[in-house]
Design a protein around this ligand. Structure first.
Ligand SMILES: Cc1ncc(COP(=O)(O)O)c(C=O)c1O
Length: 373
């Protein structure tokens, strides 16, 4: 490696330093308030995120994983029920299905968008199917219209896993405009990231009020008022400190997503002749939680970039149907060829709002050098 500095895959310190005064003031306000769990910081954040996404209800919880779990719990998903999802996602999407005793049923992806393909969903629906969880991978919304058409015909619920897609648009509408509910994550590397864990469930219809209250209660030991428990729930409350931090960051989300899109444009123009750049559906606004290219020689390119001071990541190196934890489902290699091929070929490059143009150009230059060599 030369004398140039390392380009990290993400730089959360740079983001903090850019808004340090506001963040420190928000944290201090919570510390002074003596109110550390739920409270006005959390209910204000719920209102603000609901406003941002143009939905009537948003219920905060302790993580995106919990949001998915609580959504299924609120739908009374039971052992024996089947939930269809993609094998090309983070484990959380499917893990929560198993935790409730239900069965994850995988359906392969569209190789261009990496999102679950509606036609593969059709093939795996059975009388036991209760819900579908499409994932808006990397920040691009899945084919929710087609998925909702299937769901309506079969009486299924659709929970959108929007963990990576807060701010993305589909036919000019936000996540959660079509599905029955949408889960977002505030994991620190998400476009709107907390300084710890956090998540939220969004509900799109005015008639969802009772259901949102049920999720809210499930987050807090099944209670509406202290020491009175009408449901068996969990402790999945959002910390006030995280809500205060997220309220500061939410003001910047649109600008930050715009910067990610600008970076993606530069990468696209410099890399289109060398690698498969991210495919964006015309009706989608992609918010590039990840900028993920596709190349046959992925591992060699990753190593070359690392040797030259560029951090990259693989989202995800092993599809879920081949994970040891899901062995009991009986899937084998070859069952989901598109997901398996993608897991060998995808490579996520650095993308974050503070990333400098020179760094983007350096990454692209190195990729060019790799292919020339
Ligand atoms: C697609 C997807 N689903 C679910 C999750 C779980 O979210 P969390 O880490 O907030 O539990 C994540 C991310 O971390 C994710 O990327």
């Amino acid at each position: 490696m030369g004398t140039e500095s390392v380009i990290p895959i993400i730089d959360l310190t740079a983001q903090y330093n850019g808004i340090k005064r506001e963040i420190d003031a928000a944290i201090s306000r919570v510390l002074q308030s003596g109110r550390f769990i739920l409270g006005p910081e959390v209910s204000d954040l719920e209102k603000e995120i609901a406003g941002f996404c143009e939905v009537p209800y948003a219920v905060a919880c302790a993580s995106g994983t919990d949001g998915l779990y609580l959504s299924l719990l609120a739908l009374d998903i039971k052992p024996g029920d089947e939930i269809i999802t993609t094998p090309f996602t983070f484990i959380a999407t499917a893990e929560v299905i198993t935790l409730l005793g239900a069965k994850p049923v995988f359906a392969d992806i569209n190789p261009r968008t990496f999102n679950i393909a509606p036609e593969s969903i059709q093939k795996v629906i059975t009388p036991k199917t209760r819900a579908i969880i499409p994932v808006h991978l990397y920040g691009q919304i899945a084919d929710v219209k087609e998925i909702m058409d299937i769901a309506k015909k079969r009486g299924l619920k659709v929970i959108e896993d929007g963990a990576q897609a807060l701010g993305a648009r589909y036919y000019n509408k936000h996540i959660c405009s079509l599905g029955h509910m949408t889960v977002i994550s505030f994991f620190p590397t998400k476009n709107l990231g907390a300084f710890g864990d956090g998540g939220m469930v969004l509900l799109p219809k005015a008639c969802d009020k009772k259901f949102s209250q049920k999720i809210k209660a499930l987050c807090n030991h099944g209670s509406r008022e202290k020491y009175s428990h009408f449901l068996i729930g969990v402790n999945s409350r959002l910390d006030s400190i995280q809500a205060a931090i997220l309220k500061v960051k939410l003001k910047y989300l649109k600008t930050w997503n715009g910067k990610r899109q600008e970076i993606a444009k530069v990468y696209n123009s410099l890399l289109a002749d060398l690698v498969t750049i991210p495919y964006k559906e015309a009706h989608n606004e992609h918010i590039y939680n990840q900028y993920t290219i596709r190349v046959k020689e992925r591992d060699r390119l990753k190593e070359f970039l690392s040797d030259n001071g560029v951090q990259t990541a693989v989202h995800y190196p092993l599809p879920l149907h081949l994970q040891e934890s899901f062995k009991y489902l009986g899937y084998k290699r070859g069952d989901f060829p598109e997901s398996e091929a993608a897991s060998c070929e995808v490579l996520s490059l650095p993308v974050y709002p503070e990333l400098k143009l020179e760094s983007v150009q350096r990454v692209a230059r190195l990729i060019k050098e790799f292919y020339k060599g």
